[in-house]
Design a protein around this ligand. Structure first.
Ligand code: BES
Ligand code: MN
Ligand code: ZN
Length: 514
C-alpha cells in the first residue's frame, strides 16, 4: 500500500472518506463533497442516526460525483483534543472497511478540525499509521497454488483481504501536505518496525531457528549503522553461559547470542547504555517436561521478546535516535532428545550461581539469566529492561490486554507504565519481594527454576530473574499474553501483535530526547 499526502482538497479518483465532527457537523471540505454528491451523505447520516462517535464508520454507496460512488463517513468523536491513539483507530477502521469493499484506492479528506491539536497535517500522519498497522497480514505462505481451494470462511485469515494499493490524504494546501509528510516520516519507521516484529513472531520455527534469526538481525540492522555481533555455542561455552546452553542441548539447532549496539549519542557524550534483553526461544516444546499438544504450535512465538528487541533497534537506528542502547537476545530451541536437559539437573550459570532445573519448561528464565548477566558484565548498563513470553500464568492474571511489569525501581516502573498508556501498549505492575523470593530457594543449589506449586507463577519467574540483575535498575515485561494470539483490534488484525516496540521507543524518547 502506497501512502501519500496531497495538496488537493478533493480527490480526483477512488473512494472517499470524510471526517465527521463529534457533534455531527461536517467541515468545509466535507460540505463541499456533500454538495457534489447532491446531499447524499447528509441524508445517509440522518437516516442511519450517524452522530460522528469516535472511530465509527458509515458507508454511503451510490454517491454521485465520485468515481467509485462510495463515500465513508468517519466519526472523530466529541473529544476536545483528539489524542494520537484515537486518530490511529480512525485510520484502522477505515482500512478495515476499505479491505471489506476490496477498494483499489481510498482518499481521506482532511478537514481542519478544532480537535486536531497538531493541525490536519499531523492528524493525517497519525491516521495513516493506524491504517498501515491495520493493513498488515502474514501472507507469505498463502500461495497461488493453494488459492483455488480457499473459500471465504468466517475464520481469521483463510483468505487474507487485500489493502488498497493507494491511500491518499487530501490536505487542501501544499503547506499542510508538507507538514503531514514530515510528521509521517518517524511514524512510517515506527509502523514498519512493528510490522517487522509481527513478521518474525508469525514465522514458523522450521524457518526461523536460532541461526536464521541471528542472520536476519545482522542483515537488517548492519546497513542501518547498528553494530551486530553473533556468539555461537563455543564462544558462549568459554564465557560460562551454561544456563542458556543447557536449554538448547536437546536441539540440533545451534544456540546463538546476538549483541546489537546502537550508539546514537555523539562520541564525546559518554553515557552508560540502556540494555534491552529479549527471550528468544524459537520453539518451546517444554523439553522433557513436555507441553501438552493443544496449542503447542503457538510456541513458535516464544521468541517475541527477542523479535521486539530487533524491531526496536531497527526503529532507533532508522530514525537516528540520540540514545545509546544495546540489545541482547538469547536464541535457543527447547526440544526433546537424548541430549536434552533433565528435571533435577543442576547447572552453573555465567554469574556463578547454581540453578536446580526442576522443570525444563521453565526455560526462558534460564536463557535470560545468562543474557542479563552478560549485559551487566560487559556493558555496566544504566538500566536493564527485559522482554519475555515468560509465563502462562500472566494470561491467567492479566489476560491479553496488559503485559506484566516487574521492577526493582519505582521510577523506572512508573515511566514504563506511562509510556505504555501513551502508546496503547498497556502494562500492569505486579509486586515483588522477599516472601516471593524465598519460594525460589533450592535445598541443593543456589536457586531453583520453579516456585512451589502453581501460586504466583509470574512473580516467582520475575524473582528468579531478579537474582541475576544485581543493583542495576531493572524492569521485566512478561509479554506472554500480549505478543501472540492477539485479539483483532482497530489497528491489529495479525496473530502476532508486535507488542513492545512502541512502548520502549516512547520510554527512550521521553527519557533521553526531551
Ligand atoms: N513459553 C512459556 C510461557 C507461555 C505460555 C508463553 C503460554 C505464551 C503462552 C514458558 O516457557 C513456560 O512454559 N512457562 C511455564 C512455567 C512453569 C513450568 C513454571 C508455564 O507458564 O507453564
Ligand atoms: Mn517453557
Ligand atoms: Zn518458553
Amino acid at each position: 500500500m502506497k501512502i501519500s499526502f496531497s495538496k488537493d482538497s478533493l480527490p480526483k479518483s477512488g473512494a472517499v472518506a470524510l471526517l465527521v465532527n463529534g457533534d455531527g457537523t461536517l467541515g468545509k471540505l466535507a460540505t463541499q463533497a456533500d454538495k457534489k454528491a447532491d446531499g447524499a451523505t447528509r441524508r445517509a447520516m440522518k437516516s442511519a442516526n450517524f452522530t460522528g462517535a469516535g472511530a465509527s464508520i458509515l458507508e454511503v454507496p451510490g454517491c454521485k460525483g465520485f468515481r467509485d460512488g462510495l463515500v465513508f463517513l468517519a466519526g472523530l468523536g466529541d473529544n476536545k483534543k483528539l489524542d494520537p491513539l484515537s486518530l490511529e483507530r480512525i485510520g484502522g477502521r477505515l482500512m478495515e472497511r476499505a479491505e471489506k469493499n476490496n477498494l483499489a484506492e481510498l482518499c481521506v479528506v482532511m478537514d481542519e478540525a478544532k480537535s486536531f491539536a497538531g493541525g490536519a497535517g499531523e492528524a493525517a500522519a497519525q491516521i495513516a499509521l493506524g491504517a498501515q498497522l491495520r493493513a498488515y497480514r502474514f501472507r507469505k505462505y498463502k500461495t497461488a497454488a493453494g488459492k483455488k481451494y480457499r473459500k471465504k470462511r468466517n475464520g481469521r485469515d483463510i483468505e487474507p483481504p487485500k489493502a488498497p494499493a493507494q491511500l491518499t490524504f487530501c490536505l487542501g494546501s501544499e503547506e499542510k501536505a508538507k507538514v503531514a509528510r514530515r510528521a509521517w516520516q518517524p511514524l512510517q519507521h515506527l509502523g514498519e518496525s512493528v510490522d517487522m516484529v509481527r513478521d518474525l513472531v508469525n514465522e514458523p520455527a522450521n524457518i526461523l531457528f536460532p541461526k536464521a534469526f541471528a542472520q536476519i538481525a545482522r542483515k537488517e540492522l548492519t546497513p542501518l549503522g547498528v553494530k551486530v555481533e553473533i556468539l555461537g555455542e563455543s564462544r558462549m561455552q568459554a564465557l560460562g553461559m551454561n544456563a542458556l546452553l543447557q536449554v538448547g542441548r536437546g536441539s540440533s539447532q545451534e544456540s546463538q547470542l546476538v549483541v546489537m549496539q546502537w550508539n546514537g549519542l555523539p562520541k564525546n557524550k559518554k553515557r552508560k547504555p540502556v540494555a534491552i534483553v529479549g527471550k528468544g526461544v524459537c520453539f518451546d516444546s517444554g523439553g522433557i517436561s513436555l507441553k501438552p499438544p493443544p496449542n503447542m504450535g503457538d510456541m513458535k512465538a516464544d521468541m517475541a521478546g527477542a523479535a521486539c528487541v530487533v524491531g526496536l533497534m531497527r526503529l532507533l537506528a532508522s530514525r537516528k535516535a540520540p540514545v545509546n542502547v544495546v540489545g541482547i537476545i538469547g536464541l535457543v530451541e527447547n526440544m526433546v532428545s537424548g541430549e536434552a536437559q533433565r528435571p533435577g539437573d543442576i547447572v552453573t550459570s555465567m554469574s556463578g550461581q547454581t540453578i536446580e532445573v526442576l522443570n525444563t519448561d521453565a526455560e526462558g528464565r534460564l536463557v535470560l539469566s545468562d543474557a542479563i548477566y552478560y549485559a551487566r558484565e560487559r556493558f555496566t548498563p544504566d538500566t536493564i529492561i527485559d522482554l519475555a513470553t515468560l509465563t502462562g500464568a500472566i494470561l491467567i492474571c492479566l489476560g491479553r490486554d496488559r503485559a506484566g511489569l516487574f521492577s526493582n525501581d519505582d521510577s523506572l516502573a512508573g515511566a514504563l507504565y506511562q509510556a505504555g498508556e501513551n502508546e496503547g501498549e498497556l502494562l500492569w505492575r505486579l509486586p515483588m519481594g522477599d516472601c516471593y523470593d524465598k519460594m525460589m530457594d533450592s535445598p541443593v543449589a543456589d536457586v531453583k527454576n520453579i516456585g512451589g506449586g502453581r501460586y504466583a507463577g509470574s512473580i516467582t519467574a520475575a524473582q528468579f530473574l531478579g537474582r541475576f540483575v544485581g543493583d542495576t535498575s531493572w524492569a521485566h515485561l512478561d509479554i506472554a499474553g500480549t505478543a501472540m494470539d492477539s485479539p483483532i483490534t482497530a489497528t491489529n488484525a495479525s496473530w502476532a501483535s508486535g507488542f513492545g516496540v512502541r512502548l520502549l521507543n516512547r520510554y527512550l524518547a521521553d527519557r533521553f530526547e526531551k
